[in-house]
Design a protein around this ligand. Structure first.
Ligand code: ADP
Ligand code: ZN
Length: 746
């Protein structure tokens, strides 16, 4: 009898969590291949790791003898949806990180270790279906428990019964007698929990009001977007609307439309902690079928939310950049709110940009992608200009509210008149005083934390630097210490200068801590709160302060860029900016764009209620085009001027850019290694190579950094040239950062 030959063992291609490594092939002995998206435990060198199947039927390599066997198949079904696997593989290729890191990001932490879904459970006591008659019970206590359960159809948590004095022994006896049974209920850790208890900022958001009439512009935008969504094909639309024009309202209604048509929605926001109102609004609008994903969640919460989404219990996912990998299927709409925000770029491997990955996900899933902003990135604006993206504009605020009136204060004159220590101009002081009198609120922004950014010696002029980084230490008064904002090194202020022994160390410059102190001195009766990374370390702290502002319990809110994000406080009628030019001195081609965006956003916080707003912008460079254009709230003028600069200097979006940073024990070795890579890349003639040169901060955390740029129009060829150079120098791989489409180059 001819025996049917055994099918050969399948070969699969697996992504393993090792940076820079491509797919690896393994044999699956004696069983069918696990599907794409399943996890497998595989040998790698002398250890085993958890990988993800990318190709279930990979071609066996020519040299099969080296093929190793899978140690264990962890899932028979796809753990990750195949669409998310494709997305992560694309990210690994585009951002030159390899597929392992992005696939790991797409999983909750426990799953990366190969664990299976574990949920927290509670024990619930309920009446047994076939419980005997209660009269057969002798003890009055036991009878009372049975009566209690009879009245409560869903059962009662064992913990609750224990609190009422019903001991475990009583329940155990009732179980034995067949009166009750115990079931284990899964409880999901709910990051919205604060909303139900009313203790956080989530509840501050009013629900989107379906009865409210849209403005003509909102209406036109919504119509166009609904048509685009109904086409069920990939499109990207830039929704460019001035601050307070009602963009959120438009995309909430669009989301409802998409859900009604049976498809799901993904909403990305830059930072949930800073804009809890968006999450609250989503919850109020979409109820239970919303999940939230962001880095502030505990592992347990993240795990539970992830599995809710994966099971299909969720129709709307709201999250920060990594939520772009959420395991949601049948997506009809992806919204990227505040699409210009630098928080979308991950500044560690994989160095992906959440907005750009969102656009790719929309393409892969035939979804509509909406990028919303009052100050679009130049990248998106150019795409809208060239027709790659559709453009919808909201040029007016809702209810015909005017944009804030902006006054630019030339601080050079102010300092000349009032001395070098003046931090608050006469105009800003008057403006705040008037708000206090009228019981209105003020925001005051200074984008630098700490008390004083520089400590220097009055004798020799030397500044106090971090021993590990090439930056000055910032003085923090409350902590009475100097601190490095790069590596967090801190030390007490020394008694004398380390260079010359001089006895007079002076603090110079101003940060938010000093600004707050100055404001308290000027307005002792005012209720002042400060929001920056020093004051909001604890979870939920920002939400609490913002809720206080919303309730009118704060008169003046001081802070860094954290206070400029999309908050909607109707009683804020004054926005002040101290040192609008902080950052303009940095050696980064995006400083003009950053400054324009930040100023426009903070100015946009004023006058969102019934009373018109005013903004006062203090600067040493009143003529800088970023400050001028922000004061005029003239995006077109800024765009024209900034694009002129980018074209002249060959910076994105005029060309594609790759930033390569080589780290070393000394600047000389870093430069030498970078020079070697540059030589290899130049040989491949893919774009123009500039550098190497010492990075603007040449030492960070005791590592020296050399930097070079690759510029050109052929991004793929450029990336391949960089990767080929690194392949020839594998010793450099671990100390080289390859940043594709960098957002920050300093
Ligand atoms: P944006 O996101 O463009 O800055 P928002 O969507 O936050 O603007 O809207 C600003 C404010 O106006 C919010 O309080 C919002 O509830 C309200 N709003 C939005 N659309 C309308 C409308 N059509 N009529 C009245 N108020 C509106
Ligand atoms: Zn440091």
């Amino acid at each position: 009898m001819p025996s049917s030959p055994n099918p050969p063992d399948p070969t699969i291609a697996v992504a393993v969590p090792v940076p820079g490594l491509g797919l690896l092939s393994y044999r699956v002995p004696g069983r069918p291949a696990p599907p794409k998206g399943a996890r497998v435990r595989v040998p790698l060198g002398s250890r085993t790791v958890v990988g993800c199947v990318v190709e279930p039927d990979a071609a066996a390599p020519a040299d099969v003898t080296t093929l190793r066997d899978v140690v264990a198949v962890l899932d028979d079904e796809p753990f990750l949806p195949p669409s998310v696997v494709d997305l992560a593989v694309w990210v690994g290729e585009y951002y030159a990180s390899g597929p392992g890191d992005p696939l790991a990001m797409a999983m909750p932490p426990a799953a990366r270790r190969g664990e299976h879904a574990a949920f927290r459970t509670v024990r619930v006591v309920e009446l047994a279906d076939d419980a005997p008659d209660v009269s057969s019970l002798r003890g009055p206590r036991q009878r009372a428990v049975v009566e209690r359960l009879r009245a409560q159809s869903g059962g009662v948590a064992a913990a609750a019964l224990a609190q009422e004095g019903v001991g475990a022994d009583v329940i155990a006896r009732l179980v034995r007698l067949g009166f009750v049974r115990i079931r284990e209920d899964v409880v999901e850790r709910d990051p919205f929990g604060v909303a139900t208890t009313g203790q956080g900022g989530w509840s501050a958001a009013p629900a989107s009001d379906a009865g409210r009439t849209l403005t003509a512009e909102q209406h036109a935008a919504l119509d166009a977007l609904q048509i685009a969504a109904d086409a069920r094909a990939f499109r990207t639309t830039l929704l460019h609307g001035v601050t307070g024009s009602g963009k959120t309202e438009v995309f909430l209604r669009l989301a409802q439309h998409v859900l009604a048509a049976g498809r799901r929605v993904l909403v990305l926001v830059p930072e949930i902690a800073l804009t809890p109102s968006v999450a609250g609004l989503m919850r109020a609008t979409f109820g239970e079928r919303v999940a939230i994903q962001h880095s502030g969640l505990s592992d347990g919460e993240r795990h539970d939310q992830w599995h809710r989404i994966r099971r299909g219990d969720v129709d709307v996912v709201v999250g920060t950049r990594s939520a772009v990998f959420a395991p949601i299927e049948q997506i009809g709409l992806i919204v990227v709110d505040e699409e210009h925000d630098a928080a979308y770029k991950q500044e560690e491997a994989p160095r992906y940009h959440g907005r750009d990955v969102a656009v790719m996900r929309g393409r892969m899933e035939h979804a509509l992608v909406v990028l919303a902003s009052a100050t679009p990135s130049l990248e998106s604006a150019v795409n809208a200009e060239t027709g790659r993206y559709d453009l919808l504009r909201l040029t007016r605020r809702v209810l015909n509210r005017p944009l804030a009136e902006v006054h630019v204060v030339d601080m050079r004159r102010e300092l000349a008149a009032r001395g070098p220590e003046a931090t608050l101009s006469a105009a800003l002081l008057e403006g705040i005083a008037a708000r206090l009198e009228r019981h209105e609120q003020s925001l005051v922004l200074l984008n630098r934390r700490g008390y004083a950014p520089v400590i220097f010696c009055r004798e020799c002029g030397a500044t106090v630097e971090c021993p590990h980084c090439s930056v000055t230490l910032t003085y923090h008064r409350a902590a009475r210490r100097m601190r490095c904002h790069y590596c967090n090194f801190s030390s007490a202020v020394p008694g004398k200068c380390a260079s010359c022994g001089g006895a007079y160390l002076e603090r110079s410059g101003i940060g938010t801590e000093r600004l707050e102190a100055d404001l308290r001195a000027e307005f002792p009766q005012a209720r002042i709160a400060r929001v920056d990374r020093d004051t909001v370390r604890r979870r939920g702290a920002v939400a609490r302060v913002l809720a206080d502002v919303a309730r009118g319990e704060i008169d003046i809110l001081v802070g860094t860029q954290m206070i400029a994000k999309g908050h909607d406080f109707p009683a804020v009628t004054l926005a002040g900016v101290v040192a609008a030019d902080v950052g303009l001195g940095r050696a980064d081609f995006r400083v003009g764009e950053r400054t324009f965006q930040l100023l426009t956003q903070v100015v946009g916080r004023a006058g969102r209620g019934a009373i018109a707003g005013e903004a006062i912008v203090q600067t040493l460079y009143p003529d800088h085009y970023s400050i001028q254009a922000a004061a005029a709230q003239d995006y077109a003028a800024f765009f024209a001027r900034e694009m002129e600069f980018r074209r002249a200097m060959h910076y994105p979006p005029d060309v594609a850019l790759i930033n390569v940073v080589v780290k070393g024990r000394s600047l000389a070795t870093a430069l030498e290694d970078a020079r070697d890579l540059v030589g290899r890349i130049r040989g491949r003639a893919a774009g123009q190579v500039l550098g190497p040169a010492p990075a603007p901060r040449e030492k960070i955390k005791d590592e020296f950094r050399a930097q070079f740029f690759v510029k050109g129009t052929r991004r793929r060829a450029m990336r391949e040239a960089v990767l080929a150079a690194l392949a020839a120098r594998p010793d450099l791989r671990r100390r080289t950062i390859v940043d594709i489409d960098p957002v920050s180059v300093t």
